[in-house]
Design a protein around this ligand. Structure first.
Ligand code: PLP
Length: 325
C-alpha cells in the first residue's frame, strides 16, 4: 500500500472521497424502462450533502473567513449536519447543528459521534424557526460561521459544476428528463442549470411529496419523505430552470425505497425512493428508449428508527412489483 503523502493537509483524506459518485442504469421490469441513478449515497458521510459541506468550508477557509476558534453553524434536518460535522472534524473546526426535534435519532447520533454539538428546536412544523435561531446566534457571537445552505449561491454552483457536470459526462449523450426533489433546492437548481445548458431540450422536473405540493399551489401538510419539502419554496429555486413538477405520495416513496433495496440491493432512503418513483412514472410515459436521470440521495441506515424500517415488512410483493400505475 502506498503511504499517505506527507504534504497533504490532514483534511484531504476524507475530502478527496467526496463527489465523483457512480451513475448506474436500473432496469425496471415489468415496466420495461431504464432509470439512470446517480449514487450520492456513496459519499463518505452517506449523502448528497457532503458536496455542499466540502465546497462551503474549503471556500471559507481559502477566503480567510474561518479563524481557529470559529464554530460552524447550520440549521438542518440532518444530512447537512452530518456532512458538516464530518468535514468540520477533518478540517479541525467545532460544529454546532440546529436540528428539528423530530429528526431521526440516527442523525443525531452520527452528528454527536463526529464531534458536532446539537441544539434541538421544536419547530411546530415550521422549519424557518431554526433558520431564524441560527441567525440570532450568529448575530450574538462572532465565532459562529453560518454556512447558510438555504441561500448560499455555492450550494447551486457546487451542483452545477460538480454533480451536474458529472451526470453529463457519465450519460455520454442526450438526457430527456432530470428529476429530483428539493430541500434547499441546491441540487435541483444546480444540476438543472448544467443539464439545460448542455442539453436544452432536456426537461427538468421537481419532485414534491403529494402531501406537500407547494409548486402545485397546494397547502403543505405532513409527509414522511425526509430531507425534502421543508414547508416553503426555497429561495435557491427562484431562477432554477424547472419545466414541470410531479407529485409522489409518501407511501409510494417508501414502497419504492423498499423495492430499490429488495430488487436492486440498493440500501437507500425514502427520498431516493421518491425520486425513482417519479423517474419511473416519467420514463413510462416516454417509452423504453427514454433517458431519465435521478439521484439516490442518502443511505437507508439513516432511517432505522423510522417507518421505512418498521413498516416495510408489511409491504406485499405484488405492490413492490407494480408500484407506478
Ligand atoms: C435525503 C435528502 N434528499 C434530498 C435532499 C435535497 O437536497 P437539496 O437540499 O439540494 O435540495 C436532501 C437535503 O438535505 C436530503 O437530505
Amino acid at each position: 500500500m502506498k503511504p499517505f503523502p506527507a504534504k497533504l493537509h490532514p483534511s484531504d483524506a476524507v475530502l478527496s472521497l467526496i463527489g465523483n459518485t457512480p451513475l448506474v442504469p436500473l432496469r425496471f421490469e415489468p415496466e420495461g424502462v431504464t432509470i439512470f441513478a446517480k449514487c450520492e449515497f456513496l459519499n463518505p458521510s452517506g449523502s448528497i450533502k457532503d458536496r455542499l459541506a466540502k465546497t462551503v468550508l474549503v471556500d471559507a477557509r481559502q477566503r480567510g473567513l474561518l479563524k481557529p476558534d470559529s464554530i460552524i453553524l447550520e440549521c438542518t434536518s440532518g444530512n447537512t449536519g452530518i456532512a458538516l460535522s464530518m468535514v468540520g472534524a477533518a478540517m479541525g473546526y467545532r460544529v454546532t447543528i440546529l436540528m428539528s426535534a423530530g429528526a431521526s435519532e440516527e442523525r443525531r447520533m452520527l452528528i454527536r459521534q463526529l464531534g458536532g454539538e446539537l441544539v434541538l428546536f421544536d419547530s411546530g412544523g415550521r422549519y424557518q424557526t431554526g433558520i431564524e435561531m441560527s441567525r440570532q446566534m450568529a448575530a450574538e457571537d462572532s465565532r459562529y460561521f453560518l454556512t447558510r445552505q438555504f441561500e448560499n449561491p455555492l450550494n447551486i454552483e457546487d451542483h452545477e459544476f460538480g454533480t451536474g457536470l458529472e451526470i453529463i459526462q457519465q450519460m455520454e449523450g442526450p438526457i430527456d428528463v432530470f428529476v429530483t426533489g428539493f430541500g434547499t433546492g441546491g441540487t435541483l437548481a444546480g444540476c438543472g442549470k448544467a443539464i439545460k445548458h448542455r442539453w436544452p431540450a432536456a426537461r427538468i422536473i421537481a419532485m414534491e411529496p403529494a402531501e406537500h405540493a407547494l409548486l402545485a399551489g397546494e397547502a403543505p401538510c405532513c409527509h414522511f419523505i425526509e430531507g425534502v419539502a421543508d414547508g416553503f419554496i426555497p429561495p435557491l429555486l427562484k431562477d432554477a430552470p424547472i419545466d414541470d413538477h410531479v407529485k409522489v405520495r409518501s407511501i409510494d416513496a417508501q414502497t419504492m425505497a423498499v423495492r430499490l433495496q429488495r430488487q436492486f440491493g440498493l440500501l437507500v432512503g425514502t427520498s431516493s425512493g421518491a425520486n425513482v418513483a417519479a423517474a419511473l412514472s416519467l420514463a413510462k410515459d416516454l417509452g423504453p428508449a427514454a433517458r431519465v436521470v435521478t439521484l439516490l440521495c442518502d443511505r437507508a441506515e439513516r432511517y432505522f428508527s423510522t417507518r421505512l424500517f418498521s413498516q416495510s415488512a408489511t409491504i406485499p410483493q405484488p405492490q413492490l412489483e407494480c408500484l407506478v400505475k
